[in-house]
Design a protein around this ligand. Structure first.
Ligand code: GDP
Length: 420
């Protein structure tokens, strides 16, 4: 078999003789991105009081979630799970970030939490749908992307294995969103308990075939990145503490943390908890990867399933319409078209025959008329000849009087009146 590789022309490595400037491209991309700013949409899921708002405010070092006292009192306690979102524009070293935090109040708060995952899944899918609808518009210059880039799932620090609600939630959502499970309020467990708890959680996750977001290194990563990724990976699921308050170290330095009678727990101390690793992965090293995975893997899968379920078929990576109703309609239209064409052809032939017949009739009518005219003139001629003959016969039958013999003209005249 002949190789087709030659058709592409192959790719040759060329050595350049000097600097032309395209190596500056990453800087151009960097400048353009900084100018535009970034969007990041983060969802937090966990029962009330587990530390969601504290952790988000700690992560972004700002009051993304207002204090409870500042929040308007709700008229009625939330029944079931609600999905609310809040956005904030934050800036660091000139880089603008539009952060949207999607909260899920009510999750895990009911006696029966069987379907607690449902409204959250619906919300995630409706964001995909909104994006898909925008992609399908004629004008796609301004697509607003509200897709969830990551879900931080707060696991209660029980020290036992995962609860049914945890497993159910993660199983239902792991193909739709980047899942980042964390052990909340890690300061309530000892280091030994945490180690054991992490192992149990990972075992449950593996057992149920749940995909969680993990940093993966590839051949293009430098050794430092590979080592960082390995470090992050070793801490999953992150056991974190949150605190917006500052406490004093024994040396008097103020740090964010929690005070206990036996000492302080520092948020940003890797020996005390995994907050630093969570922040590193989420904001410092893998934010773009989270967004890419959302766009290229999770959304892409959802889009494919959605379009297939709507009756589209994929053909050489291009979707085309395949809807039985649409197909029947098309067949009917094609059939109607054929019938119309046949009718037009038939009426054309018919009209032609009529015209031919009419022309023939007209011709024979003209021929008849001509023959009639000809016969009439023949008859006329014969009649006048006969009359002439008759006159001549009459004239030759009468005797000539002596008078006529002497005065042919006179006698003729007299003869005219002779009958009276
Ligand atoms: P949310 O309802 O999930 O948003 O929970 P909050 O962030 O409002 O926290 C509820 C309570 O837990 C507050 O009193 C917080 O101070 C406390 N809290 C938050 N994070 C931690 C933590 O990491 N450890 C401990 N011990 N308490 C925490």
């Amino acid at each position: 078999m002949k190789s087709t590789a030659g058709n592409t022309g192959g790719i040759q490595k060329k050595k350049m003789n000097g600097y032309v400037g395209f190596s500056n491209y990453p800087n151009q991309v960097h400048r353009r991105s900084v100018k535009r700013g970034f969007n990041f949409t983060l969802m937090v899921v966990g029962e009330s009081g587990i530390g969601k708002s504290t952790l988000i405010n700690t992560l972004f070092d700002s009051k993304i979630f207002p204090d409870r006292e500042e929040m308007p009192p709700s008229a009625e306690p939330v029944k079931g799970v609600d999905v609310t979102s809040m956005s904030a524009d934050i800036q660091e070293n000139g880089v603008k970030l539009r952060l949207t935090v999607v909260d899920t109040p009510g999750f895990g708060d009911s006696i029966n939490n069987e379907d607690a995952w449902q409204p959250i899944l619906e919300n995630i899918e409706s964001r995909f749908d909104a994006y898909l609808a925008q992609e399908n518009r004629v004008n796609r210059s301004k697509i607003s992307d509200n897709r969830i880039d990551a879900v931080i799932y707060f696991i209660k620090p029980t020290g036992h294995c995962l609860r049914v609600i945890d497993i159910e939630f993660m199983k239902r959502l792991h193909t739709k969103v980047n899942l980042i499970p964390i052990i909340a309020k890690a300061d309530t467990l000892t280091a030994g308990e945490l180690e054991l708890f992490k192992a149990k959680i990972l075992a449950d996750i593996n057992y149920h075939g749940i995909q969680i977001f993990k940093p993966v290194s590839d051949e293009f990563d430098d050794p430092e990145t590979v080592a960082d990724n390995r470090e992050i990976l070793s801490k999953i699921p992150f056991a974190v503490i949150g605190s917006e308050k500052h406490v004093e170290r024994p040396d008097g330095t103020p740090v964010r943390g929690r005070r206990y009678p036996w000492g302080i727990i520092e948020v940003e101390n890797e020996e005390h908890n995994d907050f630093i690793k969570l922040r590193q992965m989420l904001l410092r090293s893998h934010m773009e990867e989270l967004k890419d995975t959302t766009d290229m893997v999770l959304y892409e899968n959802y889009r494919t399933q959605k379009l297939l379920s709507m009756g589209h078929v994929q053909d050489n990576n291009v979707f085309r319409e395949f809807n039985p109703l649409v197909q029947m309609e098309e067949e009917k239209r094609a059939h109607d078209g054929k019938m119309q064409k046949m009718e037009a052809e038939m009426s054309g032939v018919f009209q032609q025959k009529v015209n031919e017949k009419e022309a023939k009739l007209k011709q024979s009518e003209e021929e008849l008329y001509a023959r009639h005219k000809e016969m009439k003139s023949v008859l006329e001629k014969q009649r006048s000849e006969l009359e002439e003959k008759k006159k001549r016969a009459e004239a030759s039958a009468r005797p000539i009087t002596p008078m006529e013999q002497q005065h042919p003209t006179k006698g003729k005249k007299k003869n005219i009146f002779s009958g009276f």
